[in-house]
Design a protein around this ligand. Structure first.
Ligand code: GDP
Length: 322
């Protein structure tokens, strides 16, 4: 069974999320022991397709010490209310990235609160300790206060802290001890974030986000809660309103580096993208064909159209192309 960690990353704009994820990808491709990448996509058609379906989602995934780490991007603003909760549900832990000079910002409070309320295990990364006048100890204290005010559990308050500089490419449990790389952060993820819970039974996958490709149409993304999903498998789509729709999985992808790779099957605990399910909505469950059992319905406030317009024009999405 593949070892997995699903971790969501939370950061205020400019605190260094892009730089950190970039360094993680770089480090892991250097350290990668060239094995088990599954069926890498081969022909141009598929590559085009890949490009088509990587537009919206910014999830990345790396392999480190035999463990697959899915890093789930989280919108950093309360306006993304429903979206935040949805993506957090794919994770077992969060990386809260905080600037060592600025400290936690009001905009990260909402997302942090959601993550704590969902019982996710936090790791705090105090970034930019290379900056002159930075205040890592004070910022650590501020994060503790924030967690306390947000009613974190004892266990959450006992969060591990990693200090470092994404820009210089190092992380350490002690900021006075500069290291050579960011591996202490990945070690902390493997040590402190629980592996996805394993439960036996037939397939259950709740659709938590969607993507669109002009080649294959709508793509359902979610984490497999139970069972295994396989290419060509007949499934039942369980709509939120109780309707059952017979369907079939056409193509399956998991996250790999910055992109996605096509795979034949995906097991519980991993996050995947599914092509072929007609008429799905977010919150529906993809379940066993014969004995479908739904996961609890997600109650999420959807943003209004007006808000969607704002989101698409927001600086957050504008930064994507960097
Ligand atoms: P994001 O908005 O959270 O994705 O932040 P970026 O990764 O784009 O970083 C924002 C700015 O902070 C950029 O100019 C980075 O070069 C800079 N930056 C990121 N990490 C560090 C760091 O560890 N130290 C310093 N001094 N600057 C950093």
């Amino acid at each position: 069974m593949q070892n997995i960690r699903n971790i969501a990353i939370i950061a205020h704009v400019d605190h260094g999320k892009t730089t950190l994820v970039d360094k993680i990808l770089h480090t892991c491709s250097l350290f990668r022991d060239n094995q088990e990448t599954g069926e890498l996509i081969l022909d141009n058609n598929d590559l085009e397709r890949e490009r088509g379906i990587t537009i919206v989602s910014k999830n990345v995934s790396v392999n480190y010490k035999g463990t697959k780490i899915n890093i789930i991007d989280t919108p950093g603003h309360a306006d993304f209310g429903g979206e935040v909760e949805r993506v957090l549900k794919m994770a077992d832990g969060v990386l809260l990235l905080v600037d060592a000079f600025e400290g936690p910002m009001p905009q990260t409070r909402f997302v942090t609160q959601k993550a704590l309320a969902l019982g996710l295990k936090p790791i705090v990364v105090i970034n930019k300790v290379d900056k002159e006048n930075c205040r890592p100890d004070e910022v650590h204290e501020k994060v503790f206060e924030l967690f306390f005010n947000l009613e974190a559990t004892e266990e959450q308050l006992d969060f591990p802290t990693i200090y470092g500089s994404s820009k210089q490419g190092w992380m350490s449990t002690d900021y006075t001890q500069k290291t050579e790389d960011i591996l202490p952060l990945l070690d902390a993820v493997i040590e402190h974030i629980p592996a996805p819970p394993v439960s036996e039974g037939t397939l259950q996958m709740q659709i938590t986000s969607l993507d669109f490709s002009k080649f294959v149409g709508r793509i359902a993304i979610g984490r497999i809660a139970r069972g295994t999903v396989t290419e060509n498998q007949p499934v039942t789509l369980m709509k939120k309103d109780g309707k059952l729709v017979r369907s079939r999985i056409k193509e399956l992808y998991t996250f790999e580096g910055l992109g996605r790779i096509r795979v034949e099957s995906v097991k519980a605990g991993d996050i995947c993208a599914v092509v072929g399910i007609d008429g799905f909505d977010i919150g529906d469950t993809i379940a066993d064909f014969e004995n479908p059992e739904a996961l609890p319905v997600m109650h999420i406030d959807e943003p209004t159209m007006n808000m969607l317009f704002t989101i698409n024009n927001s600086p957050f999405f504008g930064k994507e192309g960097k």
